[in-house]
Ligand binder design. Sequence first.
Ligand SMILES: O=C(O)CCC(=O)C(=O)O
Length: 279
Amino acid sequence: MKTYTAETSDPEAIVAELLTGTGAVRFTGLFTDGEIAEARRIILEHSDRDAAKVTHFQGAAEAAGTIALQRRVWNLLAKGEVFSRMATHPVLMEVLRRFLGTGFIMGSIAANRILPGGPGQEPHVDYPYWDFHAPETHPTGLNASFPMNAQVTIILDPFTEASGATAYVPGTQKELRYPTEADDFHGRAERMLGDPGDTILFFGAAWHCAMPNRSDHERCAVLTNYLPKWVKPLEDMPGALPADFLAAAAPDLRQLLGFDYPYPEVLDTAAAVNAEGRT
Ligand SMILES: O=C(O)CCC(=O)C(=O)O
């Protein structure tokens, strides 16, 4: 996987890599050790206190009784200021503006924590393609010639083969479909390996999944989903954040929360407002 730093970031090359290359790149050095430690502390605190949260693509884990060892912490913006910094990192914002359009938004920011012995996931593609196993529910002809998703994984614990680093099949983002048995996902998959603080940016139409944690340590990451401005977000973040947080949000964060793109609107009312000259 190609690796960049803030200094070597090359948005044009990265966008090409995401869309028509392997589908994923790594950044190092975007976050300080202090930020990583703080994010990890907050996530573990919430997840220890409040383990049972909705999670996805767990397949056989439920039957195996290991489901509680893969835990989510949702709505991270409400849980620590460090997550707003992570979501709006300027190097990521610059690439994402080129990839998803300058008005892009955030669909979700959550943590995925896999405890030792915890399960992996079934290979999948991410929101808003995540129910593409029923392609007939999407517009006819939908393909991955342009992106409706970008995923950022900020690694908080060593991501190794043993600890369950995300598996993905490079190049599959171009196909926009779910893998089948015949695709031999696990035979072809590479891993998103990294150290705490490393950040993986990928096009979530690439087949991927968390892998089982067979190490003796936690495997925790912040997962952020970004979308073009007109895609309905996965998490209702404005609905879940306190009014004073929303009032104080900086311009980049307001954009990510969808405030720059007001639709749906009651246009009957909007017309009246316009007529009064208030917009
Ligand atoms: O945590 C991971 O390694 C990947 C998680 C993921 O792909 C998801 O939850 O959609």
